[in-house]
Design a binder for this molecule. Structure first.
Ligand code: AMP
Length: 395
């Protein structure tokens, strides 16, 4: 796997696919610069070599050219974060873009306009990819968030750089950290899979069963497992058509010597709201009309014990409705246990939209080993798929 560290960019134009799909508020200001910060190392490496950076990204889901999705709105924020003035050109292919690139000097950065202003980007159009390829000498892919998409700028373009292509440092470290869990993990390995639905996590569970010693199932999806085993779950979230699948997973786990840990108690509520009445009940004996929205104290203790005895941890998905304070304690307790284990030398990887949000909300980002930036891309890697963006670079 070649990275930017294997190239010298002196006098070279690096055409870097970044993921600057950042959130903007109504005034079109950047509200979270995590993704810009994440690309900084790669950009600095090129500039310090004495090269030039041509950055390309998408922003949102525009329908043709729409001003509110213009990357112009984020130019100043990139300059702030990188500490170098960023030039902007209002197209990503064609004469204007080519002229702007020609004017760029060593040590400078140019940002191209939103790739998705052209429908050819998502369609993976080869002519469009070829046009883009004219804008750089070396193609760098540092956009983990879109590595699972076979788009023109993430996959097809790589063909135009048979020798001169490499991973950016963010994408390389994402791959490395996920492989630490999937391929080179120190035992015992524990996967914590939470969130709302069994159906969206099933492929991950099936793929990781061979690689783990403990499986913690939490969140809404746990109730399908509890009901399938004959438990009374009241009004808790359930996918009735997934009960058989749940039993099959439990059987497979047993055959593979994976210890499955389901919650033993729950915080149950009479409504899905901040002002609901709550009580603690056994997970398999929830009252009619009540629903489990968080793990109970007994469960939190048991899960912390498993976590503190693990050497490698993967966390995907909250174990309760953490967005509502009343139902956030289980997820906080779990996060704290992971932080403590990490402090004791355990490798912990957190990924997938909602667990990343939880880790940020509870200020645990610096207390886990690695927080993945790409939700969908990470999930697909955990499902055992080879991402098109990664495959294209290895060809
Ligand atoms: P996912 O996107 O599948 O990871 O699901 C995350 C969502 O699951 C979060 O918004 C949580 O609020 C929700 N969730 C977690 N536990 C429960 C539960 N016991 N009942 C309903 N929703 C839950």
């Amino acid at each position: 796997m070649k990275t930017v560290n294997d190239f010298n960019f002196e006098n070279k134009k690096a055409l870097i696919r970044v993921d600057f799909n950042v959130p903007l508020n109504e005034a079109l200001e950047v509200t979270d610069k995590t993704r810009i910060k994440a690309a900084k190392k790669t950009i600095i490496k090129v500039l310090e070599d004495g090269g030039r950076c041509v950055l390309m990204s998408h922003l949102g889901r525009p329908n043709g050219v729409e001003n509110k999705f213009s990357l112009q709105h984020i130019v100043n924020k990139i300059s702030d974060v990188i500490g170098v003035k960023v030039h902007f050109v209002e197209d990503c292919i064609g004469e204007k873009a080519e002229e702007a690139v020609a004017e760029l000097k060593n040590g400078e950065i140019l940002l191209l306009e939103n790739l998705r202003f052209y429908k050819e980007e998502k369609a993976g159009d080869t002519a469009f990819a070829e046009q883009l390829s004219k804008l750089g000498d070396i193609y760098v892919n540092d956009a983990f968030g879109t590595a699972h998409r076979a788009h023109a700028s993430t996959t097809v373009i790589a063909d135009y750089f048979p020798e001169n292509k490499c991973f950016g440092l963010l994408l390389a470290s994402e791959i490395e950290n996920i492989e630490k869990v999937l391929k080179h993990s120190e035992k015992p390995v524990t996967a914590i899979i939470g969130g709302a639905k069994v159906s969206s996590k099933i492929t991950i569970i099936e793929n990781i069963l061979d690689k783990i010693d403990h499986l913690i199932i939490g969140g809404g999806m746990a109730f399908t497992f509890v009901k399938a085993q004959g438990g009374k779950i009241g009004n808790s979230l359930v996918e009735d058509d997934k009960q058989e699948l749940a039993l099959l997973i439990l059987k497979q786990a047993k055959e593979k010597n994976v210890a499955v840990h389901l919650p033993v108690d729950a915080i149950v509520a009479d409504a899905f709201s901040e002002d609901a009445n709550t009580k603690i009940e056994a997970i398999n004996n929830i009252s009619e009309g009540w629903m489990g929205l968080d793990t109970g104290p007994e469960t939190n203790k048991l899960l912390a014990e498993v976590i503190l005895n693990s050497k490698t941890i993967l966390w995907n998905g909250p174990v309760g409705v953490f967005e509502i304070e009343k139902f956030s304690k289980g997820t906080i307790s779990l996060g704290n246990a992971i932080a403590e284990a990490t402090e004791n030398g355990t490798f912990s990887l957190v990924g997938g939209g909602d667990s990343v949000a939880a880790v940020k909300q509870f200020n645990l980002s610096d207390k886990v080993s690695y927080v993945s930036t790409g939700g969908g891309a990470m999930l697909e890697m955990l499902e055992g798929k080879t991402l098109p963006g990664i495959k294209a670079m290895l060809k």
